[in-house]
Design a protein around this ligand. Sequence first.
Ligand SMILES: Nc1ncnc2c1ncn2[C@@H]1O[C@H](COP(=O)(O)OP(=O)(O)OP(=O)(O)O)[C@@H](O)[C@H]1O
Length: 296
Amino acid sequence: MAVATESRGSEDRASAHANQEKRWVLSDFEVGKPLGRGKFGHVYLAREKRSSEIVALKVLFKSQLKQSQVEHQLRREVEIQSHLRHPNILRLYGYFYDQTRVYLILEYAAKGELYKELTRCKHFSERRTATYVASLARALIYLHGKHVIHRDIKPENLLVGVQGEIKIADFGWSVHTFNRRRTMCGTLDYLPPEMVEKAEHDYHVDIWSLGVLCYEFLYGVPPFEAKEHSETYRRIVKVDLKFPLKPFVSPAAKDLISQMLVKSSAQRLPLHKVLEHPWIVQNADPSGVYREGRSV
Ligand SMILES: Nc1ncnc2c1ncn2[C@@H]1O[C@H](COP(=O)(O)OP(=O)(O)OP(=O)(O)O)[C@@H](O)[C@H]1O
C-alpha cells in the first residue's frame, strides 16, 4: 500500500511522492470491526483495497472536535506524527475528511493497548520493563533529534505491535521545541515538577515521564499517586519518591528510576545514558521485543 512503503530508487521515490499526494476517500477502504472508542470518535480495523494492507482507521467527528476546540491540536498531531518513522512510534500514513468526519490512517497495533496488559498483569517483570524502557528511550532520542517533545508518555498512549514491540501513539500533546513551552497539559501523575509549577520546560520532561512509567511498570501504580489532586501535586514538586517492599524490585532498577526522577531537569539521566545503565544492559532484550515465555 502506498501508505506503508519506504522507497529507495528514483522510480520508487516518484511513486512515493505520487502516493503522498494521493487523496484518500472512504471507499478506498473496507472497514471492519471496531477496535476501540476515543473521546472524539471510533477506531476501526480496515483494509486498503488496492494493496490489501491492514490499517487502523480513526474516525473523528468534526462537530466534536470543534466543540472541544481541539482542531488546532489535531492539526499539530497530524503534522508531527506523519513525518515520524521509527519502529517504536505508531505510523500515521495519511488522513482525509468529508463533510462531517476526519479520518486518520494509522498503523495497526495488533496487540492493542499496553494499559490493558498492565492492568491484567498488575505489574511487569524487570525484563519486560527494561525492554520497554529501552525501546521508549530509543524512540524518544529519535523524537528529540527531530525537535519534538511528546509531553504525554503514559501507559494509555502506548500500543503494542504484532511482535510485541511497544509503539508510542497519540501525539496530541507533542510540540516542536523551537521555543520553550509553558503550556499546562497532560494528566498530573506523569508531569514533572517544572510542568506542574508551570515553569518553562523542554525535552527533559520526557525523561521524567519515562522514569514515572518505569516505576509504574514495575510496581503497577505511578509513583506520586494520591487520593487528592493537590497531594499528587505536592508529592511531584517535592519528588516524594518511595519504593514499596512489594513487589520486589532490584536496587539497580530503583537506581535508574531515581536518576530519571530528579527535580532539576538538567540533572536527569540523559536518554543515551539510560540505554547504557547496567540494569537496562542486563535486562532489556536486545531485539527490543518482549516475548512471553522467553523473558520472565
Ligand atoms: N492503531 C491502532 N491499532 C489498534 N488499536 C487501536 C489503534 N488506535 C486506537 N486503537 C484502539 O482504539 C481505542 C480508541 O483509540 P483513540 O486513540 O481514539 O482513543 P484514546 O486513546 O482514548 O484517545 P483520546 O483520549 O484522544 O480519545 C484505543 O484505546 C485502542 O484500544
